[in-house]
Ligand binder design. Structure first.
Ligand SMILES: Cc1ncc(COP(=O)(O)O)c(C=O)c1O
Ligand SMILES: [Zn+2]
Length: 421
């Protein structure tokens, strides 16, 4: 069996890459800090431009996890924790392709990302290795649910302490799916945006590594691996369009960066895919920014059953909007009814049970196809980012009643006859 951690002795050998401001270009030493001291812009890891990069064959020979792309992840040396995350299946779905009216369609199935069944395992895999490189003994997060599950799971098996903050109105499985790993889990009265503001104050006060606050520069890079995997799993080529859900806007932004890096490295050729972002209409500040144009995001107060995407003031919103615009894509917001329908289509068409963000993605893809933005010649990948068992509340009321019978043949016969009639 594969271990999820490297031996303790090798942990000392991992170091994190230095940082540079995306806005003003100021350099900063590696550390648990994500905001530029000069201009408050976001800091990004800096990679050595002349580092040795693997070719397709070398990558393909590596273990099936996101670390097979380690040269594009922000560390020197080998990762020591969360060695099993990523490299999820890319599943072709002809039925959904027909429903969308496109040539081919695939699901990037992060409902089975390890260990906590959402794409947040990717970003936490990156952040927890940064925490170890900085010798931090406690990690934490502000979360809409999936990140809480991931931080709790990754911290537990690494033997790190975890402080996890969530808004009070989360689905039962999201709360239990964090609590079971034994972190300090705290519900905060308010929205995610209130929780996030609180966490921004905590990181400095207690010296913790809050994965999406002061470790955000390292955390975000984990999302790029979705793009690398899509390229490799399509046989080292690119789809024409990718649809992805947006909350903070980090995944969408990093898909853009990831596809760009593989084109730059010559691992794939052609045009970068058009990127399409999906949100629920009850919380769609990034979609509205794309529709309005410009760079100024207007925060919203969320009101949707899609709690995983309920971020009213997304940190990477303007960057995500820019990525969609640059790639020639667009964005779409969908109603709660449409997202529930989207969850059912995905289950019935592709056999994949997704949480509410997956329903949003499928429903948005359908809306984009109806609007002529996804076209008949397109080859589309839908990023399905979290498992449906986490949000059963969303669909339970929409499914047919399950009959209850006595264990008798004639009762089954009655059901079969009823079905035929
Ligand atoms: C299932 C799921 N999909 C997508 C997202 C969006 O990620 P980002 O915040 O990077 O936009 C989230 C964020 O919480 C999520 O939980
Ligand atoms: Zn700066």
């Amino acid at each position: 069996m594969t271990s999820t951690t490297a031996p303790v002795a090798s942990r000392a050998l991992l170091s994190a890459r230095p940082l540079r401001c995306r806005n003003c270009g100021a350099d900063r030493a590696a550390g648990p800090v994500s905001i530029c001291e000069q201009c408050l812009g976001p800091l990004d890891p800096v990679y050595q431009p002349r580092r040795r990069l693997p070719n397709r064959t070398a990558i393909a020979a590596r273990a099936p996890s996101l670390w097979r792309y380690k040269e594009w992840l922000p560390f020197d040396g080998d990762p020591v924790l969360s060695l099993d995350s990523g490299f999820t299946p890319l599943v072709e779905t002809p039925v959904l392709a027909r429903r969308l009216g496109v040539t081919r369609a695939w699901i990037k199935n992060d409902t089975v990302c390890h260990p906590s069944l959402s794409f947040k395992d990717r970003v936490v895999a990156a952040a927890i290795n940064a925490a170890v490189a900085f010798r931090l003994d406690t990690i934490g997060c502000a979360s809409t649910g999936n990140l809480a599950n991931a931080v709790a799971a990754h911290a537990a098996r690494a033997g790190l302490k975890a402080w996890i903050f969530i808004p009070d109105m989360l689905e039962a499985a999201k709360v239990i799916g964090a609590s079971v790993y034994g972190p300090r889990l705290v519900r905060v009265r308010g929205t995610y945006d209130d929780v996030n503001r609180l966490c921004a104050q905590l990181a400095d006060r207690f010296g913790w590594g809050i994965v999406n606050v002061n470790l955000r520069s390292y955390y975000g890079e984990g999302s790029k691996t979705v793009a690398y995997e899509i390229a490799e799993q399509l046989g080292w080529r690119l789809p024409t369009a990718v649809v992805a859900p947006m909350a903070g806007g980090s995944l969408l932004t990093k898909l853009h960066k990831g596809f760009g890096e593989f084109l730059d490295a010559g691992l794939v050729a052609g045009r970068a895919p058009r990127l399409y972002g999906a949100q629920a209409s009850g919380c769609a500040p990034i979609v509205r920014l794309v529709e309005r144009g410009g760079t100024r995001l207007e925060p919203e107060v969320p009101n949707t059953i899609c709690r995983s995407l309920a971020i009213g003031n997304p940190a990477d919103g303007p960057f995500a909007a820019h990525a969609m615009q640059q790639s020639g894509g667009w964005a779409a917001a969908v109603s709660d009814d449409a997202l529930v329908q989207g969850i059912r289509f995905l289950a019935e068409d592709a056999g994949v049970f997704a949480e509410t963000a997956g329903g949003v993605t499928v429903a948005a893809a359908l809306a984009l196809a109806r609007a002529g933005r996804l076209r008949p010649e397109d080859e589309v990948v839908l990023c399905i980012t979290g498992h449906g068992l986490k949000t059963v509340e969303a669909v339970s009321g929409a499914l047919p009643e399950v009959p209850l019978i006595a264990p008798r043949l004639k009762e089954v016969a009655a059901l079969v006859d009823g079905n035929d009639g």
